[in-house]
Design a protein around this ligand. Structure first.
Ligand SMILES: C[S@@+](CC[C@H](N)C(=O)[O-])C[C@H]1O[C@@H](n2cnc3c(N)ncnc32)[C@H](O)[C@@H]1O
Length: 278
């Protein structure tokens, strides 16, 4: 691949998905796109890049962008964001939304579904308190392929062994050959939709709780700031945001501030009168 080819491909990826690919990661283009060259009947990566150059849109470009996403996820990733949901965020919203009995939660880069299904399990476990409530979980991702997998609710033995307590596996999953299928009840609690975080999220509606975890790490500072600002615009004043362990709002936006003592949890700066604390 020539330096110019690399520049073209990294520019394409940044424009389509926000992904920043520095030259030290050029090998990722080779390893992730080589299977696509075969799929599209091409002889080499050079041929694939030549095909992409000069095109604005094609099935090939969509598949390239999807192939370059990192879909690593696990159930109850980092534990805390789910414990906080159960013990801090949900109890507070149950009080403040008592009149409408409506809560909306967004898993903004849901990958293969472990994150929204973990949220669904937390809610299901709190069933008694939530009777009569309308709680919506919307899970979105850029990759149609990974959304399809998430929607299926089918996980491998390896996937259910990562982060999922055995009691919840037994309670909410059924064995299906060498795979595990999540119950229809939990599956129906999550609405999966395609959505690119570079776009305006306003059409998705407003969300009281946003999980935007382990995706900003792939973006440059400007894109991170733009995504965070867009998210802040679709949250009520007392809404909360979860970021991944390696992510922060600090130095990017003043729309959010960390919740003291609650790692990974952020609240809107404009909500001065409603601030959460440890
Ligand atoms: C590493 S996974 C994170 C999954 C989950 N949030 C977690 O923390 O386990 C990152 C996901 O972000 C998605 N993604 C990457 N760029 C995106 C974009 N511009 N818009 C929406 N999703 C994107 C990828 O397809 C991938 O599924």
């Amino acid at each position: 691949m020539t330096p110019d080819d690399f520049k073209h491909m990294s520019g394409l990826l940044r424009a389509r998905s926000g992904l920043v690919l520095n030259e030290d990661k050029a090998y990722l283009l080779e390893s992730r796109l080589t299977p696509l060259t075969r799929k599209f009947g091409m002889k080499s990566l050079d041929e694939l890049i030549a095909e992409v150059r000069g095109k604005k849109d094609s099935a090939l470009i969509t598949e390239i962008v999807e192939a370059m996403t990192t879909n690593e996820s696990l159930f109850f990733r980092d534990t805390k964001p789910f414990e906080q949901l159960k013990n801090l965020v949900l109890p507070r919203l149950l009080k403040s939304r008592a009149a409408t009995k409506k809560i909306r939660i967004w898993s903004a880069a849901s990958s293969s579904g472990q994150e929204p299904y973990s949220i669904a399990m937390i809610l299901k476990e709190a069933d008694a308190q939530l009777s009569g409530w309308n709680i919506e979980i919307v899970a979105t991702d850029l990759s149609l392929e990974i959304l399809q997998k998430a929607k299926s609710g089918i996980f491998s033995q390896f996937e259910v062994q990562r982060g999922l307590p055995i009691a919840l596996l037994v309670k909410y999953f059924e064995q299906d050959g060498d795979k595990w299928r999540i119950s229809d009840e939990l599956r129906s609690m999550v609405k999966f939709r395609p959505f690119n975080l570079l776009d305006n999220p306003a059409p998705l509606g407003t969300f009281d709780i946003v999980y935007c975890r382990n995706v900003l790490i792939y973006f440059d500072q400007e894109t991170k700031a733009q995504v965070l600002d867009s998210i802040s615009n679709i949250m009520p004043d007392d809404g909360v945001l979860y970021l991944g362990g390696a992510e922060t709002v600090l130095g990017l936006t003043d729309k959010f501030q960390p919740v003291a003592g609650q790692r990974g949890l952020y609240q809107l700066t404009r909500s001065e009168s409603m601030l959460l604390s440890a």
